[in-house]
Ligand binder design. Structure first.
Ligand SMILES: Nc1ncnc2c1ncn2[C@@H]1O[C@H](COP(=O)(O)OP(=O)(O)OP(=O)(O)O)[C@@H](O)[C@H]1O
Ligand SMILES: [Mg+2]
Length: 437
């Protein structure tokens, strides 16, 4: 396949417009690089009908414009048409005048062989300001992922959206803690945003959920996401799961989306510590201070989780204003909560004498209780038992405790030598510097 470089394409498009698009010369026009969002079919479909671009001019839709030099080729994103190459003619009208803007877009390859859409517009000189207003609106829609409202939008993940399905009641944590968290968020959007704004402070609040693995932090995030969706807030989930991993620019991208949002926005960053290379720490400070984060006047809350609060700089942890609140998400503290959770996971198999193991669940994370229940149920079914005896439940608990203790012992004795993937990742994080700890 032949690849045409960006420069040649650029020239060819400009020449084509001059030669084959008569209005370019008839109405004195400028050529400009247009924002590639203007060639995004889905974003365009969300521009308001009759969107006003100033001086009484309204946007009246667009047509595809034949251009024998560029074949229309469309990319699809999450089952919707996204960028489209080829020609598009945008129409604008006021009571006594009208004008068109032609945009030609072509795929070009950069040095890394990524294809990008180069868009060049022919804009009547006297309507440049009107066009720029339109372009800004399309860019805003594109950036704020308005087409994806109603779902949780994922930045940097393998998927684009997900539905939050966890409900508050499914999370077994102290009621007071759940209430405190939800009230903090609700109060911020309901009242805080106005107060911050009045005091000339950016309405940007940051919460951290810290706790050992498996205590329900991800569940909490998912429940908050679902709550936000019900309220028609914009919810962005920053994911480290695509090929780029946990990279700081993803947080930045989410903040920019929040700034373009016309709704209160919740940003969820799981495992915040993994986004913090040494180089990124200073940037994070600035972002958390708000000095480098664009503002959303409807308010933005960032919720981060971590298993390793100690890895997050003291400058972040100990100074309110960077992370405003830290909620410790605990292991099971109360027998009553542990019993309810065990009952929930055992379902119909629950028997009164199962209560006897409840004290042994204290001090363990929720994920532990879940595994005790699931393993016991699976083994009972596998052995063809119709009931889950206390003994089988005890067995499940004991094997899990033994396994955890054996693993802890193994890890402690191998702590000095990181192995395999872990070592490789660590080396990468350190830029392949040899590092003695
Ligand atoms: N408090 C809880 N209430 C109900 N279920 C829980 C709770 N904690 C953990 N679980 C169960 O354990 C699973 C793992 O929990 P979750 O992913 O929320 O933990 P986490 O705190 O995010 O862990 P990590 O820090 O490792 O990411 C959940 O899917 C759920 O089934
Ligand atoms: Mg988690």
């Amino acid at each position: 396949m032949m690849q045409i470089g960006a420069e040649a394409t650029h020239e060819a498009i400009c020449n084509w417009i001059k030669k084959h698009y008569p209005p370019h010369a008839e109405v004195i026009s400028d050529l400009m690089i247009a924002n590639s969002a203007t060639a995004n079919i889905t974003a365009l479909s969300y521009v308001g009908e009759n969107y006003g671009v100033g001086d009484g001019f309204l946007y009246r839709g667009y047509d595809h414009h034949d251009c024998d030099m560029i074949s229309p080729v469309t990319t699809y994103f999450d089952l919707r048409p996204a960028q489209r190459s080829g020609g598009m003619c945008f129409h604008f009208e006021s009571d006594d005048a009208n004008f068109d803007v032609l945009v030609l877009s072509a795929w070009v390859y950069d040095a890394d062989m990524n294809n990008n859409l180069m868009c060049i517009a022919s804009v009547p000189q006297e309507h440049m300001q009107h066009w720029l207003v339109f372009e800004k609106e399309v860019q805003r829609i594109y950036q704020s992922a308005i087409p994806y409202r109603g779902k949780v939008y994922i930045v940097g993940g393998v998927e684009t959206t997900f539905d939050a399905t966890i409900h508050w009641d499914e999370i077994y944590l102290p009621e007071q803690l759940k209430t405190d968290i939800l009230q903090d968020i609700d109060a911020f959007f309901e009242k805080g945003v106005d107060i911050y704004t009045r005091l000339n402070i950016k309405p940007f609040r940051k919460l951290l959920f810290a706790g050992v693995p498996g205590t329900g932090k991800t569940m909490l995030c998912s429940a908050i996401a679902g709550w936000g969706q019900e309220k028609d807030y914009f919810v962005v989930y920053v994911s480290g799961s695509n090929q780029y991993g946990a990279k700081f620019w993803k947080i930045h991208e989410a903040l920019e989306m929040a700034a373009s949002s016309d709704a209160p926005t919740i940003i969820i960053v799981e495992e915040l510590d993994s986004y913090l290379d040494d180089d990124d720490k200073a940037q994070l400070l600035n972002v958390l201070d708000g000095s480098e984060s664009p503002t959303n006047k409807h308010g933005t809350i960032m919720i981060a989780t971590t298993n390793h609060p100690e890895k997050i700089d003291d400058r972040v942890m100990k100074r309110p204003g960077r992370l405003d609140r830290i909620f410790i998400i605990p292991e099971m503290e109360h027998e009553e909560t542990a019993r309810l959770m065990l009952m929930q996971y055992l379902g119909d198999a629950w028997q009164e004498d199962h209560r006897q193991i409840v004290p042994k669940l204290l001090g363990r994370p929720g994920a532990f209780i879940r595994e005790v229940a699931l393993y016991a149920l699976t083994m009972a079914a596998y052995r063809g038992e119709t009931e889950l005896s206390l003994e089988m439940l005890r067995d499940s608990l004991d094997t899990l405790v033994n396994q955890i203790e054996a693993k802890d012992g193994f890890l402690t004795s191998h702590k000095k030598q990181p192995m395999g993937l872990a070592a490789e990742r660590k080396a990468k994080r350190n830029g392949f510097r040899i590092h003695d700890e």
